[in-house]
Design a protein around this ligand. Structure first.
Ligand code: DQA
Length: 145
């Protein structure tokens, strides 16, 4: 069974409450439950985490080396400036898909840059919670190819 780690960065624990006009009303718990159903259909063993702390995210990426077959990550605002998370992602030999609920490219200028995008397979942005499912499908396709 393939093992996939779903990672969520800062403030994503506030989904449902946080800026519903931008991020919608679906909570992270609902996203997790939906992904668990999809993962079971795909025969994937899913691990789900969220942290507001850069170091915890980095430690979790390191621990994924040789333990996980793939990562789907929404790094939240760290996307735009955390070279440390970018370096952690490129330190481990694990394929990564980057997901954003919102289309970061049509928002504020500072969100247009992703420092993590160059070290991942691809980026999915703008499809709301469905982006996580798309990310899982894309990763699964990559792992099977
Ligand atoms: C986000 C976009 C980021 O710019 C923002 O800081 C987030 C969420 C998204 O999923 O759309 O926290 O990653």
């Amino acid at each position: 069974m393939k093992k996939v780690l779903i990672m969520n960065g800062p403030n994503l624990n506030m989904l449902g409450i946080r800026e519903p006009g931008v991020y919608g009303t679906v909570t992270l718990q609902m996203i997790k439950q939906n992904l668990q159903v999809k993962a079971a259909e795909l025969g994937i063993d899913l691990t789900f985490m969220q942290s507001n702390h850069e170091g915890v995210i980095i430690d979790t990426i390191h621990a994924a080396h040789a333990a996980m077959d793939g990562i789907v990550i929404n790094p939240g605002a760290f996307t735009h400036y955390s070279y440390a998370i970018r370096d952690a992602l490129s330190s481990v030999d694990v394929p990564v898909v980057e997901v954003h609920l919102s289309n970061i490219h049509k928002r504020e200028e500072f969100r247009h840059t992703s420092v993590t995008a160059p070290v991942v397979i691809g980026q999915i942005a703008g499809f709301g919670p469905y982006g996580y499912e798309l990310g899982l499908l894309a990763l699964n396709q990559h792992l099977n190819s």
